[in-house]
Design a binder for this molecule. Structure first.
Ligand code: PEP
Length: 251
C-alpha cells in the first residue's frame, strides 16, 4: 500500500456560475475531517470563481485550484491570466497541459513545460496532464506518446511538492469509457519508472492521478491500482453527491 496520500481534484472546466457556489459549499461541508484524514480534495473552477471559492467561509480543507495559466508572470497578453494572479486569488495549484488545452488551443509540450515553470515561480503546484488519443492507443504507441509528453512537459525542477502528474487517456475523458485496470497499471507503472529515472526519490514520492470518466461507482477499483494516487475528475466533480461519493470510495 502506497504511503502517498491520495488527492481527488475536480476540474469544473467551463462550468460554474455564482449560483454554483452552493454546490461547492455542500462539497466542503461533506468533506469531513474523517475523509480529509484519508485523502486531500481540490476543486478547480473557472477563473471567475477562484477568489470566491478560495475565500468561501465554508471552504474548510477543500483546496481550490485553476485550470490553466499564461507562462509569463505579467505583461501585454490581453485576456490571459498569470499564475501569480491565480495565487493572489488564493488557489494552490494549476492544471497545465489538459488535453482540451492541447487540442483546442494547440498547446504543445514546450509550452506546457513553460507553464509548469510559471506555476512553480508563483509558489503553486503544477498538475501536469498527459494522455494518449484513441488512435494512438489503437496504434500501440501509448507508452511512447506518454514518454514524449513527460520528457517535453515536465521541467527538470520537478519535485513531489511542486508537481503532480495526471494520466488522462483522451478517449476516456467525458465519454464514460475507462481503460481496464491492467492498462491503467501499465501506464502508471511506466510513468513512475520515468519519474524515478529522472527525479530519483522525488519521482518515487510524486502523486500520479488517473483521470477519465471517474465516477463514484468505479473510483475504488481504479484507486486500488498500483501507482494511482488519486483522480482528476471532470463531470463527476460538478455535483457534491458525486464528488463526495468518489472521496468516500477512495478513503
Ligand atoms: C477531465 O476533464 O480532466 C476529466 C477527467 O473529465 P471526466 O471525468 O468528465 O472524464
Amino acid at each position: 500500500m502506497s504511503s502517498i496520500k491520495p488527492l481527488i481534484a475536480g476540474n469544473w472546466k467551463m462550468n460554474g456560475l455564482r449560483a454554483d457556489m452552493d454546490e461547492f459549499a455542500a462539497m466542503a461541508q461533506g468533506f469531513s475531517s474523517e475523509l480529509a484524514s484519508k485523502a486531500d480534495a481540490m476543486i478547480c473552477p473557472p477563473f471567475t470563481l477562484i477568489a470566491a471559492l478560495a475565500n468561501h467561509p465554508d471552504r474548510g480543507a477543500l483546496a481550490v485550484g485553476a485550470q490553466d495559466c499564461h507562462p509569463a508572470a505579467s505583461g501585454a497578453h490581453t485576456g490571459d491570466i498569470s499564475a501569480a494572479m491565480i495565487a493572489d486569488c488564493g488557489a494552490t495549484a494549476i492544471i497545465v497541459g489538459h488535453s482540451e488545452r492541447r487540442h483546442d488551443h494547440d498547446e504543445g509540450d514546450a509550452l506546457v513545460a513553460e507553464k509548469a515553470q510559471a506555476v512553480w515561480e508563483a509558489g503553486l503546484t503544477a498538475i501536469i496532464c498527459v494522455g494518449e488519443t484513441e488512435a494512438e492507443r489503437r496504434g500501440g504507441t501509448t507508452l511512447s506518446v506518454i514518454e514524449q509528453q513527460l520528457a517535453g512537459s515536465v521541467p527538470l525542477g520537478a519535485t513531489s511538492r511542486n508537481t503532480i502528474i495526471a494520466y488522462e487517456p483522451v478517449w476516456a475523458i467525458g465519454t464514460g469509457l475507462t481503460p481496464g485496470t491492467d492498462d491503467v497499471a501499465e501506464v502508471h507503472g511506466f510513468v513512475r519508472s520515468f519519474l524515478e529515472g529522472r527525479f530519483s526519490e522525488e519521482g518515487t514520492a510524486m502523486r500520479l492521478l488517473y483521470g477519465g470518466s471517474v465516477k463514484p461507482g468505479n473510483a475504488s477499483e481504479l484507486m486500488l491500482v498500483p501507482d494511482v494516487n488519486g483522480a482528476l475528475v471532470g463531470g463527476a466533480s460538478l455535483k457534491a453527491t458525486d464528488f463526495l461519493g468518489i472521496l468516500r470510495a477512495v478513503s
